[in-house]
Design a protein. Structure first.
Length: 223
């Protein structure tokens, strides 16, 4: 019987391999990096800290696009031809970023076309992740959306803790409500329910997620 050989996926290009160092800007906790009145004109890289990027819906509700941490880019809407997106970026903690203007990026791509490839790969990967989240909004109830995002943030922003837990920073219920698209009161209800069921613990020190147990709950809830 013939064996099908699957070619390995091409490695992703690293934009940092083609971007020169630039001036580092520092932001204090809760400081606005850009907003709807002052849209981004640069692509930024987080050197230290965390940044919340959110958008305002037509109904006026704030929805979190994502939370980015060290070595991740944000501000890609600077490359949109029509830069009137209702987007805000706020530092969640003391944060340092390095930025490159749209014109500077364009000039560098002219010399190093692989930077353009690297950025396209990055943006395409994010588009797929956003598509998965949109699918979750359409098929999952609030509890499942909350569970999925807790696991996702725990894996991206947290670290492995004792007893198979994921430990991450203490997100407010208001912030989590903006991630899953509901009210703070409903998030509080499900967070308390998850805690009673033994899927997580939380305090001012952080959120401790029992990842395997919460994943098993997601699997059973889908049946």
């Amino acid at each position: 019987m013939a064996t099908t050989v699957i070619a390995p996926a091409e490695p992703l290009e690293d934009p940092l391999a083609y971007l020169p160092c630039s001036r580092i800007l520092e932001y204090s906790k809760r400081q606005v990096i850009y907003d709807q009145d002052h849209p981004p004109s640069s692509l930024s890289l987080i050197i230290e800290g965390k940044v919340k990027v959110s958008r305002t819906s037509q109904s006026g509700q704030q929805v979190v696009v994502d939370i980015y941490h060290a070595d991740e880019f944000f501000g890609e809407t600077a490359f949109l031809a029509r830069r009137t997106t209702q987007e805000d970026a706020v530092a969640l903690e003391p944060t340092k970023v390095m930025s490159w203007s749209r014109d500077a990026i364009t000039e560098i791509i002219g010399r190093e076309p692989k930077l353009g490839v690297a950025l396209l790969q990055l943006f395409a990967q994010r588009s797929m992740e956003f598509g998965e989240r949109l699918e979750s909004f359409s098929v999952d109830n609030i509890a499942r959306r909350l569970a999925r995002n807790l696991i996702r943030f725990g894996e991206r922003l947290g670290q492995d803790g004792e007893g198979g837990t994921l430990q991450m920073m203490p997100f407010t219920h208001e912030l989590l409500s903006q991630v899953v698209g509901t009210s703070r009161e409903i998030v509080t209800h499900y967070m308390n329910q998850f805690r009673r069921q033994g899927y997580l613990q939380y305090s001012r020190r952080g959120i401790f997620i029992y990842r395997d147990a919460l994943r098993e709950w997601l699997r059973q809830a889908a049946v």
